[in-house]
Design a protein. Structure first.
Lengths: 165, 165
DNA sequence: TTGGAAAGTCAACAAGGCTGACATAAAGTC
DNA sequence: GACTTTATGTCAGCCTTGTTGACTTTCCAA
């Protein structure tokens, strides 16, 4: 019941606690749907969500280093390594020694890795595309604005690191 | 590279695979930020995200049954029970035998439960409020539209079950 | 040459999903 | 009244994915 009134001349009803709670629930349910499609596919291949995330970002930034991927994913080295190791063993990801700095490992998807990434992304984009189409370009712009504002400056920096087109 | 052209007379650039991928990443980063604040608070109390979700929905629908909560959360009985048991033992949730149907357990928050829920929600709403304010009412409307379209009919039904104001 | 950064590994632990199998009480049905 | 179904709870065990802490190897850079 914080800001229910009309302090200035503007209507701030969209900042009501109730509206905020509905927004929170919308995030909860939407995120569940958002991960459901790739999850099904992953299970068939014996992988989990963590594998998907690694594949996604390696695909987006071919040649990124392990340290960068760690920062992007926001997990510990040990946690990522477990996932990365199986992907490399299974021949989905290739780890190449850095040219200038030989300590670095540059990560790339193999053809097989690209194929799985594409399938996972397809599933996820399918739902996204349907939602975008249903809501329209104006709504999509608002959607992106709110999400970007919500992620805060640090994550927004990582977000912008990913190539835009 | 599916729909890059201009099939009709309309610009469908917002349905580009690249735009969809950015949307996917926005969801990923935003959801991470979205859960970060309550997670900190939860850790101080020795609880996890699962406890937060239970508290949230019991608060929203006081007196809901276990079966309903199961449907809303989308987890198994065993998984929910582990969480619910500790909340009841710790005196945050009260389980009352149903009046008409005595098999049912009606779930309610105690005062202590309400206090924690309020604190968690406050943390989460703080970020949400800032994002909403920064993006403006128009963007918020679009945000909600896209999320609702994304969750699909089944989850949308559960979403609408929650009281709106 | 020496300190620090990048990567990898081992071990142990915790949260929170899951399945399967059962048990009980209460409702509902025939 | 006997039988079936529903709502709930519980035990046991497994998996993924996160964590901390300790330690190693390799390599860059001052």
């Amino acid at each position: 019941m914080a800001e229910s009134g009309s302090p200035g001349g503007e209507t701030l009803l969209f900042l009501t606690d109730e509206q905020l709670r509905k927004g929170i629930e919308a995030m909860f349910f939407a995120y569940r749907a958002f991960t459901a499609d790739p999850d099904r596919l992953l299970e068939e291949h014996g992988y989990g969500r963590a594998h998907h995330r690694a594949l996604h970002f390696i695909n987006r930034q071919p040649g990124l280093t392990v340290t960068t991927l760690l920062a992007v994913l926001g997990v510990t080295k040990q946690s990522l390594n477990r996932v990365l190791r199986t992907l490399i063993e299974d021949g989905l990801v290739e780890s190449r020694v850095g040219k200038r700095d030989k300590r670095e490992r540059r990560l790339h998807l193999t053809e097989e890795g690209e194929a799985l990434e594409r399938a996972l992304s397809e599933a996820q984009r399918g739902r996204m595309r349907a939602a975008y189409r249903a809501a329209g370009p104006q709504a999509v712009a608002g959607f992106r604005q709110v999400l970007e504002a919500m992620m805060g400056p640090d994550l927004h920096k990582l977000y912008q690191m990913m190539k835009d087109e």
